[in-house]
Structures are given as structure tokens and as C-alpha cells.
Write a protein that binds this ligand. Structure first.
Ligand code: SD4
Length: 311
């Protein structure tokens, strides 16, 4: 019988991996376990600033969340983007998958769907997140009614520092050998209102196919969307590459794509799991990407290889 396995992005991926391993040990299917892992991070305000409630907001101070889920056995998938006041967007993405003929619902309509599905509307802001927002925008604090921060005006502004990228992507293999994935985020801190990154886009932030493998991305979503990142990693595995080689190739492709536009390579990372239970990950330069690997009842953090531009 295949070993249950989970991998999850960033050091707080340990929280996800522990929850997902527990779920797999109970005999849950891969997708249920991946969502349990994602939700554990959505619920743990202390471990992150860019997943779930209490995360860093957009340029106008609003917190909107993105998530998607995918079942590698059936290729069923669901997603929500730009949804406000809903605490568990990964679970909501699952409802889109299970209860609608669609894949992706956005904004207000996603919120209405959540209400119809019995999700409560909740306040997503914490005092810490509001404090950070006010520190970043002293004008707003000192002068009520001052103009909101200007929107960014170019791709060069879309970069992130090490503290502000925290999407959790969870990939699982269950005891039957099926793969599942879930991804949940508030997106880039201080994004333009309405901006959607890779995380809720099937094929960009997440892809899972029992016949090839599962992959997920984190980092600057625009770069991941440009190369259809997770789908690219899975297709490389379908063609015989190991998860590690596939993630390295995807990072090289991000570097090459940034080079074609003459911009510095953005911080991006990929992780992958194949149907045999092999895992791998890689990131672009200066991303310092660590991911959690859970198997045999234990979870450990692994440092991913950095792929410099020009390699
Ligand atoms: C996004 N990929 O919205 C997400 C952000 C992220 O690590 O993963 N940060 O672009």
C-alpha cells in the first residue's frame, strides 16, 4: 500500500503537513487531507501574514482571499478569488468544485455563494494587521480623509520581500496512491484592488493529476501565471522528469521569461510530488524557500535549491 505523504510550502507548511498527515492517517482521501492542511494554516494567525484572516491587505486596506483545490484522480477542481469576509476559502473552493458546474467564482458573487452554502460572514482584520497597515501608511493615520495610496504603475513594482510572501500550497498522496492539492492565500501584500495572482488559477498555482504528479507554486504570481507554472511542472513529470528536475526547469523558465522582459527575476518557488511518492522543490535566486515534508508520521523542513538566472 502506498505511503501517505504531504508536502507544503514555507516553514509554516509544518502546520499544514501535520494536519494533513493526521487526516491521511485516518484514511481520508488526498484532497480532504490537503484541504485540512490548508485550513490549519488559515486558522493559525500566529504562523503567517499572507494566508487567511489577519493577513496583510491590498493597497486600500481590504483583505481579499484566493484559494483553489484539485483532485488528481478525477481532475475535478474548484477555486475562489478576491473573496472577502470568508474565513475558509479553501473549503469554499471545494464547494465550488462539488456543488457547481464551474471551476472559479470571484469577488462578491463568491461571497454570495458562500452565504448560500452556510459559510458565516466574519471580520477578517486583526489589531496587528491594522497596526501594520497604519504604519505603512502614516498619511492615512494622521489625516483622516487623506487620499488613499496611489496604485502602482508598472511591473517593476511587483516584487516582494522575504516577509511578505506566504501562500500555503499543500500536496498530498493518500493510501490509495491518489494525489490532491489545495492552495490558499491573501495574495501579494499591498496588491492593487482586484488583482488576482496564480494561487486560485488551476494550472498556475496548483495542478494535480494521478497519472503524472502534483505541483504548486508560491511567490510572485504574475511570473507563475506567465509560464503556467504548476501545469508546466506536472507536464515535465508526465514526460519522465523527476519532481526535483521539473521544479528546477520551471524556475529556469521563470528566469528566462523575466530576462525576455528585461526585468530582474522575481522570487518564485515550486514544489512537486509524483505518483511514486518522490518529492522535489526549487526556487529562484534570493527566495530562501523551505518546504515541509511529512511522511511516516514525521514532518521535516527542507531547504529548496536556488536557481540563479543564467543557469
Ligand atoms: C500571489 N503567489 O498572489 C501568491 C503570493 C505568494 O508567496 O505565494 N506569496 O501571487
Amino acid at each position: 500500500m502506498p505511503d501517505p505523504i504531504v508536502i507544503a510550502t514555507w516553514p509554516f507548511g509544518k502546520v499544514a503537513a501535520e494536519a494533513a498527515l493526521k487526516s491521511l492517517a485516518n484514511g481520508d482521501p488526498a484532497l480532504d487531507a490537503a484541504i485540512a492542511g490548508a485550513q490549519a494554516v488559515e486558522d493559525d494567525y500566529s504562523c503567517r501574514t499572507s494566508v487567511g484572516f489577519g493577513s496583510l491587505p491590498d493597497r486600500l486596506g481590504r483583505l481579499t482571499l484566493d484559494a483553489c483545490v484539485m483532485d488528481g484522480k478525477t481532475l475535478s477542481c474548484g477555486a475562489v478569488a478576491g473573496v472577502e469576509h470568508i474565513k475558509h476559502p479553501a473549503a469554499l473552493a471545494r464547494r465550488v468544485m462539488d456543488r457547481t458546474p464551474h471551476v472559479l467564482l470571484v469577488g462578491e458573487a463568491a461571497k454570495w455563494f458562500a452565504l448560500q452554502q452556510g459559510f458565516p460572514l466574519e471580520v477578517p482584520y486583526t489589531t496587528d494587521a491594522i497596526k501594520e497597515w497604519l504604519e505603512k501608511h502614516p498619511d492615512l493615520r494622521q489625516k483622516p480623509g487623506a487620499n488613499p495610496p496611489a496604485p502602482c504603475d508598472g511591473a517593476s513594482e511587483i516584487n516582494i520581500d522575504a516577509d511578505h510572501h506566504d501562500t500555503v500550497t499543500v500536496l498530498t498522496r493518500d493510501a490509495k496512491g491518489s494525489l490532491g492539492g489545495a492552495c490558499t492565500t491573501s495574495g501579494l501584500a499591498y496588491k492593487l484592488p482586484g488583482r488576482v495572482g496564480d494561487s486560485p488559477i488551476i494550472g498556475a498555482g496548483l495542478y494535480a493529476d494521478d497519472l503524472a504528479g502534483a505541483a504548486g507554486g508560491t511567490g510572485v504570481g504574475e511570473e507563475i501565471i506567465r509560464i503556467a507554472g504548476s501545469s508546466y511542472v506536472v507536464e515535465l513529470m508526465r514526460g519522465g522528469r523527476s519532481p526535483q528536475e521539473a521544479c528546477v526547469r520551471a524556475c529556469e523558465r521563470v528566469n528566462a521569461s523575466a530576462g525576455r522582459r528585461g526585468v530582474h527575476p522575481a522570487r518564485v518557488a515550486f514544489l512537486a510530488l509524483d505518483p511514486k511518492g518522490n518529492v522535489g522543490a526549487a526556487c529562484t535566486a534570493k527566495t530562501n524557500f523551505q518546504y515541509a515534508v511529512g511522511r511516516g508520521g514525521k514532518v521535516e523542513l527542507v531547504q529548496a535549491k536556488e536557481i540563479a538566472a543564467g543557469m
